[in-house]
Design a protein around this ligand. Structure first.
Ligand SMILES: Cc1ncc(COP(=O)(O)O)c(C=O)c1O
Length: 420
């Protein structure tokens, strides 16, 4: 038994006792030297997905050709239901298609259409840039006030701040459930209640939640949500996003992009738009079938592991990283830029240091993939199905060596220059 978490043997023991460890073999992770801690940016490739996409391309597209549309048309809803399992959403409320940004636009406009008498949209300045830009664009084009809550970059949005921002003029509150920068988790149920008490609808961005933390959409009484599939859902670069519309709202709301895939009788080719009942109207044009199939595979694999177990391991991984960072990196000038309370933290940990960008580059040279975020942060994305405790140990060990090197270089005299 290793007696200190700072010993590598301790991390090895955690891996040996990890019930999710066997899932790592279900992914194409071919470089044994690579420590990949960027699963919150682009998740790893599941072997089942590689197989399914190969078959889809060769057989469903190559051989069956357009006849495959007979079953492909059902895929966005079927994949949506598979994602819904991870989000705490009962079937029939999630579809897969388009990008997160486009889905956010569709659902924000749909929500605003409900309240012709209200003219305020509430979001926060730590929300993902694309979300803020979409809301800014809608506000500018349609004459809404965009009310921007100032949020602590490390601690995330608080229910109290939302309570102070909403009023009887608020039509929509749009926030991220897990902050892309700090990993801070917002109180979904509490904030949803506050939005509803003011008479507004709420739209959640679940990009950093889906496949990592339990969102519990139905239980929280959430109205609307969007999210991407290329992070923890492991569906691949540019894979389509998902959107969620609670049952009670589906036939009340009208989304702004009236495409033929949202039409009630698509192949009647009728003269006017007549939206499909239920979640179907929130589709637009031809779905990216290859990407949608990847989303379904990724979601099935995560569901097999179980959202509860994924969340539990995410907490253990981030807590282990925080404890090593406290012991080894804090004395070298690094501070925690994520909530310290694991219940308030998603599956990534963000640290801050004035040389953050340089640290990320040096880590990449040392075979550890992380990413930089403004203004002075570096993020470690810990995907429960692929990240080992020894990966965390190795990554923080290499980070401390890099920091030692940087500080030595800082104090070293500058190289001699030729002088005239
Ligand atoms: C929290 C969050 N919201 C929205 C987006 C934008 O997603 P997309 O580029 O798929 O529109 C991202 C992308 O990484 C994100 O992290």
């Amino acid at each position: 038994m290793a007696d200190s978490p700072e010993q590598r043997a301790y991390a090895e023991e955690l891996d040996a006792g990890d019930p999710l460890a066997p899932f790592r073999d279900r992914f194409e992770l071919t470089d044994p030297h690579l420590i990949y801690l960027n699963g919150n940016s682009l998740g790893a490739l599941p072997k089942a997905t590689a197989k399914r996409i190969g078959q889809l391309v060769r057989e469903e597209w190559g051989t069956a050709l357009a006849r495959s549309w007979e079953h492909w048309t059902a895929l966005p809803r079927r994949a949506g239901d598979a994602v819904g399992v991870l989000l705490g959403a009962a079937p029939g409320q999630v579809v897969v298609g388009d990008s997160t940004t486009v889905n956010l636009y569709k659902l924000a406009c749909a929500a605003l259409g409900e309240f012709p008498g209200r003219n305020v949209i509430v979001t926060d300045d730590d929300n993902f840039p694309s979300d803020r830009y979409v809301l800014e664009g809608i506000a500018a084009k349609h004459g809404y006030e965009l009310r921007m809550i100032r949020t602590d970059m490390n601690e995330g949005i608080s229910a109290q701040a939302v309570r102070e921002a909403v009023d009887s003029r608020t039509a929509l509150v749009s926030l991220s459930h897990v902050s892309y920068r700090s990993g801070a988790i917002a109180d979904m149920a509490g904030i949803t209640r506050i939005a509803h008490d003011s008479g507004a609808l709420i739209l959640w961005d679940l990009c950093h939640s889906a496949g990592a933390v339990e969102a519990g959409l139905d239980a929280a009484g959430a109205d609307l949500a969007v999210g991407c599939s290329y992070k923890y859902l492991d569906a691949g670069p540019g894979s389509p996003a998902f959107l969620y519309v609670a049952h009670a709202l589906q036939d009340r709301l009208s989304q702004p992009i009236w495409g033929w895939f949202g039409q009630r009788d698509q192949f009647a080719m009728g003269p006017g738009y007549d939206p499909a009942p239920g979640i179907g109207q929130f589709l637009t044009g031809t779905p990216q079938i290859i990407g949608v199939a990847s989303v379904e595979e990724g979601a099935r694999l995560l569901a097999e592991a179980g959202v509860g177990r994924i969340r539990e391991k995410g907490i253990r991984l981030t807590s282990y990283l925080v404890s090593l960072a406290d012991a080894w990196l804090a004395p070298l000038g690094v501070s925690l830029a994520s909530p310290r309370d694991p219940a308030r933290r998603g599956s990534h940990v963000t640290l801050s240091h004035p040389q953050a960008q340089r640290i990320v580059q040096d880590l990449a040279k040392a075979n550890v993939i992380t990413d930089y975020r403004t203004p002075d942060r570096f993020r470690f994305g810990l995907a429960a199905l692929t990240t080992r405790f020894t990966d965390v140990w190795d990554a923080i060990d290499r980070t401390r060596h890099i920091l030692h090197d940087l500080s030595e270089r800082d104090v070293a005299p500058p190289p001699a220059t030729a002088s005239a």
